[in-house]
Design a protein around this ligand. Structure first.
Ligand SMILES: Nc1ncnc2c1ncn2[C@@H]1O[C@H](COP(=O)(O)OP(=O)(O)OP(=O)(O)O)[C@@H](O)[C@H]1O
Ligand SMILES: [Mg+2]
Length: 409
């Protein structure tokens, strides 16, 4: 197959064959690909083809459709730019205006002067190139506009999300307050009941007939202390959740900040997690000795570390014994704290959600889903960053950074 013809196509619609032939020859001589036709309808057909000619020389008077009528059709129906030159014997100004109104770009009066025709074609070519450039720019602009629309949509979604988070925070504060009041009441009453119980039990046992086979009463008397203990632990759990909610609601407000040694916070957090760690998890520490201090509220930083450690323990527990590795380093003015575990890792589709409040994969009653969102708030209020990923060898890795305090030299 030969190389595709890259010559510019020029339509010549002229019903006088001899004149048509002359123009075809001239066009070929000037390096164009001539598309000849003998009437207005054939001209329209040729122009409507995909990759049809974008320059057209149209005779004014032709069978079926005149040159100006073809121009009108191009303007109103073709939807593609075609540079049109009308070839005419008419020289009256009114006629010329009528042609221009129909959408023609130029006129050449018969007999056509080859030089003038050539010059007009060159102008036409420039128009066609501008048009093509414009169409390309337009397409780029459209693409850009679509991208901007998508971006705006995404931003709007993020704003709604942020707004929801704020509402959730405000709601949490209100709910926490209400629950706290009721829990305090419950807690007080259960404690009072526990205190009174031995007296009540004694009285009830004494009141029962000596030989009476009252199994039910015996059972109740033995069960009540367990029920009360269960109630207490339930109340303790509610208090813990409420405390977390409160911290979440007030996460913008930081405690007193002071020069804090991150390695010390890690040791304190590990002490606090002693219970969680005992069963299945061992700890490996790689703590840099010359770590600079960070300006921070130590309790809050400890809280972040406790969340990290407890989460790692929770992830390790189902698959048996495992290791949590905690590494501290410094780089470009930041203290970096890395928590790695050999647990089950974080499902990739969940990675984005784990920092959202109330997002948890733990069973009902096991996780509140607030640990990481509270940690995120604390880190942000300290100018820090956070990043979670899965390790290639299994388990999760959490990289946290906090800006180091500048040291006086
Ligand atoms: N080290 C980890 N390995 C695997 N998944 C983790 C890890 N840390 C967090 N996750 C996932 O992130 C979720 C959210 O953690 P987050 O600490 O916010 O809440 P939680 O642990 O479920 O509940 P809470 O901390 O309130 O008891 C967890 O439920 C778990 O799916
Ligand atoms: Mg947690």
């Amino acid at each position: 197959m030969g190389r595709e013809d890259d010559r510019i196509k020029v339509l010549i619609a002229e019903d006088v064959p001899s004149l048509r032939l002359v123009i075809v020859r001239l066009l070929t001589e000037w390096g164009f690909e001539a598309i000849p036709c003998g009437d207005g309808l054939a001209a329209q057909e040729a122009l409507a083809k995909p990759n049809g000619p974008r320059i057209a020389i149209l005779d004014w008077v032709m069978p079926h459709k005149s040159g100006p009528e073809v121009c009108e059709w191009i303007t109103n129906e073709l939807n593609t730019f075609v540079y049109t030159i009308i070839l005419t014997g008419k020289t009256k100004q009114d006629d010329l205006f009528a042609g221009l109104t129909a959408g023609a770009h130029a006129y050449i009066t018969k007999p056509a002067d080859p030089e003038e025709l050539h010059a007009r074609l060159k102008v036409g070519l420039r128009f066609v190139n501008y048009e093509a450039e414009l169409a390309q720019k337009n397409e780029e602009l459209q693409r850009y506009a679509t991208q901007m629309e998508l971006l705006a949509e995404e931003r709007a979604k993020q704003l709604v999300h942020a707004d929801r988070m704020v509402t959730l925070g405000t709601m949490s504060a209100g709910i926490a307050h209400e629950i706290n009041n009721s829990t305090a009441l419950l807690s007080g009453n259960v404690q009072t009941l526990q205190k009174f119980w031995p007296v009540m039990e004694k009285a009830m046992r004494e009141a029962a007939q000596p030989n009476e086979e009252n199994f039910q009463l015996n059972f109740i008397l033995e069960e009540v202390p367990n029920v009360l203990t269960g109630m207490r632990s339930g109340i303790v759990r509610i208090s813990k959740i409420v405390k977390s909610l409160k911290t979440y609601a007030h996460r913008g407000a930081t405690n007193e900040q002071e020069a804090t040694q991150i390695n010390d916070c890690i040791h304190s957090a590990l002490d606090l997690c002693e219970n969680a760690l005992k069963r299945t998890t061992s700890i490996e520490l790689h703590l840099a000795e010359d770590l600079p201090a960070v300006l921070a509220a130590p309790q809050q930083i400890e809280q972040v570390f406790v969340n990290m450690i407890v989460n790692a323990c929770d992830s390790i527990r189902p698959t048996g014994p495992g290791v949590i590795t905690i590494t501290t380093t410094q780089r470009s003015g930041d203290v970096i704290i890395c928590f790695e575990d050999t647990g089950e890792g974080i499902p990739p589709d969940v990675l984005e959600k784990i920092w959202d409040p109330f997002y948890t994969t733990k069973g009902i009653g096991k996780g509140t889903g607030l640990g990481l969102s509270i940690s995120l708030g604390i880190l942000e209020s300290h100018g820090g960053t956070y990043h979670a990923e899965n390790r290639s060898q299994g388990g999760a890795r959490f990289n946290l950074t906090l800006p180091a305090m500048e040291t006086d030299t």
